[in-house]
Design a binder for this molecule. Structure first.
Ligand SMILES: [Zn+2]
Length: 274
């Protein structure tokens, strides 16, 4: 069975940072994967901000194009060729009807079985509002849209990123406890190469940022508890129906590893420079 996945990130980098490894694995599995970002991310063009601060000017069109190219190149590293860069301004990200309609169009066209998006309580405005817009778009896409060519469609599941957007009181008070953890160890280098395309965000081959964040975020407490080197964590929105209680194959296998074997596997630092 192949499935269709739509991965939505508020800024161009987000869908890859939080779920890039999972996308790469679904591509290998033969699934359809589309990634979408509503905003062009100009207001968070790291290098552009410095240029603007120091000189009072910057070629905004060039900076937007740079962010778009980075996303397409990063997605290509994961094998994802269906990239929707909607290009809306991210100065103040609010749920806007035109953006919601665009997302609904993509849902109607791509017909995802699964949507991945940010945790609704994520306090980064572009993240939390991307989720709000996604839910409004899902509702629109599930009904009759007389002016659009798409038949109604309802995704079966939504997975939220379980990674905090910011570490603050609001997010700490509403913890995003994962229900679903994906082992991305076998594709971590693909994700590393993808993240290093975001030079505007201070990534790149000559920057330690990618390695630091991959070890801290993908090699997180969740990965440690699952006894894998790198993992991405999600929270399922809907309960799922089974005929019997589910248990992953890995859950059964891990119990067979000796303690030293388990720790040796867990502590692989695959992103260490040679
Ligand atoms: Zn973001």
């Amino acid at each position: 069975m192949t499935i269709s996945i739509l991965n939505i990130g508020g800024h161009p980098k987000d869908a890859i940072m939080y779920a890039g490894g999972t996308m790469a694995k679904h591509i290998i599995n033969g699934d359809r994967v589309c990634t979408l970002t509503p905003t062009h991310g100009l207001s968070h063009h790291g290098r552009g901000i410095d240029e603007y601060k120091n000189t009072g000017k910057a070629d905004l069109g060039v900076l937007i194009e740079e962010r778009k190219q980075e996303l397409f190149e990063a997605a290509a590293e994961l094998g994802v060729t269906d990239v929707r860069f909607l290009g809306y301004d991210d100065e103040i990200v609010l749920p806007k009807e035109e953006i919601i309609k665009d997302i609904a169009d993509v849902i109607g066209e791509v017909r995802p079985d699964i949507i991945i998006t940010h945790w609704p309580e994520d306090t980064v405005a572009a993240h939390g509002n991307a989720t709000k817009m996604t839910f409004l778009a899902m509702e629109a896409a599930s009904g009759i849209r007389s002016d659009r060519p798409y038949a109604p469609h309802s995704p079966k599941q939504v997975f939220f990123h379980a990674t905090q957007g910011r570490t603050n009181l609001v997010e700490n008070a509403r913890p995003s406890n994962p229900t679903t953890v994906i082992d991305i160890t076998d594709v971590i280098h693909k994700k590393a190469n993808a993240m290093n395309k975001f030079v505007s965000q201070f990534y790149g081959g000559d920057s330690p940022l990618q390695r630091k964040l991959s070890e801290a975020v993908d090699g997180s407490q969740q990965a440690i508890h699952m006894k894998v080197p790198y993992a991405e964590s999600f929270i399922a929105f809907n309960p799922e129906l089974y005929q019997l209680l589910p248990l992953s194959e890995y859950g059964l296998e891990i119990a067979k590893k000796s303690e030293p074997e388990g720790y040796e596997y867990l502590t692989q630092m695959l992103l260490d420079p040679d």
